[in-house]
Design a protein around this ligand. Structure first.
Ligand code: C5P
Length: 232
């Protein structure tokens, strides 16, 4: 995947997906298929996008016993996805099983892990019996993901710099919560502009509503790409 932008296809109708996808090319961006689209349309939509040449990030955040996650990751690999993810909270054994599931080939899917959902704060963690600051838990789970064989993490752009310093530049950081300047934050609480996120060390930016709900989605997408081109 050459582009650093992944567009979140948060739609539930094939028509809306196709209206957008037919106006862009695989060189421009990757595409994220999440729980809404996958549940509504099933794996066929992934196959259609892969057949069109797009790099597909299957964002189903697997969290189950190791054997189940391994088999789900193998099924994702068979669909031809470019990236798949798990919840790091599933533990080391589960992440290692996911890594076995995606396989060892050079064209295998990348495996990323979600650390702490950005919707959870300290109080929400305490309520489920985790009495640790979210930032501490993010670092712990990112380290666990790396040592268990994941290629990277899905994290807030606010966390990328510190995670890079601890885990190195090769460990991938995929960051949602990106908002081009002048665009609504929607329900995202901690947002960052595309340029700033890349400067902070994000490898891939996940952007949904600012693009897919825009009057001119392709215009917004190309503007974001122009903005970050050349930014290291
Ligand atoms: O519309 P927006 O740009 O906020 O979309 C962000 C996408 O990234 C959504 O598909 C959302 O589910 C996903 N995501 C997120 N925060 C995370 C993990 C995934 O917003 N921590």
């Amino acid at each position: 995947m050459k582009s650093k932008v992944i567009v979140a296809l948060d739609f539930s109708s094939e028509q809306r997906v196709m209206d957008f996808v037919e106006r862009i090319s695989p060189e421009l961006c990757g595409l994220k298929v999440g729980k809404e689209l996958f549940t509504a349309l099933g794996p066929r939509i992934v196959e259609v996008l892969v057949e069109k040449g797009f790099s597909v990030f299957l964002d189903l955040k697997y969290h189950d016993i190791p054997n189940t996650v391994e088999r789900a990751c193998a099924a994702a690999r068979n669909l031809g996805v470019w990236m798949v993810n798990v919840h790091a909270l599933g533990g080391s054994e589960m992440i290692a099983a996911a890594r076995r599931g995606v396989g060892m080939e050079s064209d295998r899917p990348l495996l990323t892990a979600v650390t702490v959902l950005t919707s959870m704060d300290a109080a929400a963690l305490r309520a489920i019996g985790i009495d640790v600051a979210p930032e501490t838990l993010v670092k712990k789970l990112a380290g666990l993901a790396q040592s268990s064989g994941a290629d990277g993490v899905v994290c807030s752009a606010n966390e990328t710099r510190e995670l890079t310093s601890i885990l190195g530049t090769k460990f991938i950081k995929v960051t949602p919560g990106i908002r081009p300047l002048g665009v609504s934050n929607d329900d995202q609480k901690r947002v960052m502009s595309p340029i700033k996120a890349i400067k902070e060390g994000a490898n891939y930016l996940v952007i949904g509503r600012p693009i897919i709900q825009a009057e001119d989605p392709v215009g917004v997408l190309t503007r974001v790409i122009d903005d970050i081109t050349g930014v290291a």
